[in-house]
Design a binder for this molecule. Sequence first.
Ligand code: NAD
Ligand code: UGA
Length: 476
Amino acid sequence: MIAPVGSGGALALGGRPGPVCMVGAGYVGLVTAVCLADSDIEVRLLDVDRDRLDMLREGRTPIHEPLLDELLISVLRRGTLLLCDDAAEAMRGAQVAMIAVGTPPLADGRADLSFVRAALTSTVADAGPGTVMVIKSTVPPGTTASMRRLCRRNGRQIPLAVCPEFLSEGSAVKDFRHPPQVVIGGDDRSACERVAQLFAHLDAPVFITDSTSAELIKYGTNAFLAMKISFINEMAQLCEHTGADVGMVASGIGADTRIGRAFLGAGLGFGGSCFPKDVRALDMAASYHGQSFGLLRAEVEVNSQARSRFVAKIQKALRGTLAGRRIAVLGLAFKPGTDDMRQAASVDVIRHLEDLGANVVATDPVAVPNAARMLPSTTLVGDPYECVVAADAVVIVTEWPEYRSLDWHRVAQLVRRHIVIDGRNCLDGDDLVQAGFTYISVGRPTRHPISKSAGRWKRQAADLVGQPPARSMRIA
Ligand code: NAD
Ligand code: UGA
């Protein structure tokens, strides 16, 4: 059955949910554990990483996530969250045990399920008579059904359900509190309803279905959102060919409520720990059944082209050569609001620029420490104004609000050439041209400086970019 069985409020299922064991203190496990503990459910958070647990015990979170630090401190004080490195302690009396460990991609794109298998095996051994085991990690269709055999103990089948997570990094706490839906899959209806009870205080529709459908809802959602991004990036290219403005095109298309404006932001495409891996894993799952899911491969291909086309755009803006040019990169995290660098566009862009001989100086409000591990040869600084000194081009890779509100007149005094290339279409073009910059973005006409003092830059940049000002297409 895949109709909503009620909203959180409507799904009144009896008493207070019992203790929860959350396995894995990463983005999903930590946020879910803290938020459940905040609603006065007793939660034990188990992880194999003792350093991470020590940090959490001190009230510090290992990830940058708005609201999370305050909530962590509050639930530790109230005693509703307990941090554990021992499975037996974490599982004692647990009514629900949720596995929220990573499912990273294997070399061929399949999801690596070894962490889920290990976490399930190590905790189910301590499951009590009333425990429901739940896979919260994103797992390919059929995984939960096939892992049921790991949940047999002394001739007894411990129920195993799947409850995929839909939160986004950077707004994880807010997303937990206001989820678009709660999806629970399993073959034991009453076990699924016990899991649903944990979310009964949230105002969200609850879908209870079979485990494979639940798994496919999760992959389908991510793959569909990634498809919207790749679609608009293809449209952006066409806009560049025709002189149209992809921002206007996206708003017009998105105004149709059947489509919606969300995830029609053109630019450098999708990164992060989930879309890239989940699109590939879904493709692999389809091919396992002999299906060629070409749309998914096109999403990946378009996404990778968005990054290489962007580097070509920077190169073109600098007369075709990057050797010895100083490029200031603003933004390193895969998206604003997080310090997560997994599959970040910045890494591909910076490596490519450096391969072509550019000297890259990069900055980010929070991701510099994580970026340092992935970009050892890149100069990383904390301050955007320091980053742009003597730059031949300023490049926006992550659309942090801080960059939108930079004093672009001050930046103009610091750079060597007045060229800004915005990979996220996030800046105000008027501010830029007022400050004397040539403003190049994605899928929109290049704009040239308008201030008199910058006339020289206008001529130079028009020459460098070699692009005529856009004209609307005249329809006869
Ligand atoms: P993560 O890598 O941030 O964290 C995983 C945690 O699990 C780590 O702290 C690790 O030490 C711990 N761990 C690994 N093996 C363990 C074991 N046997 N016992 C106890 N702890 C163990 O992972 P994440 O980003 O939270 O992702 C977890 C899952 O949720 C993935 O399947 C992912 O696709 C999915 N997901 C992630 C997000 C997101 O925004 N990151 C959103 C929705 C779904
Ligand atoms: C995404 C989904 O939004 C979550 O619902 C899901 O739970 C999660 O993946 C997951 O399964 O892990 P997240 O990766 O945190 O969340 O971030 P998004 O906001 O979805 O952005 C993903 C990428 O797409 C980012 O690199 C972002 O810059 C890019 N993006 C997003 C665009 O290029 N254009 C857009 O219009 C929107």
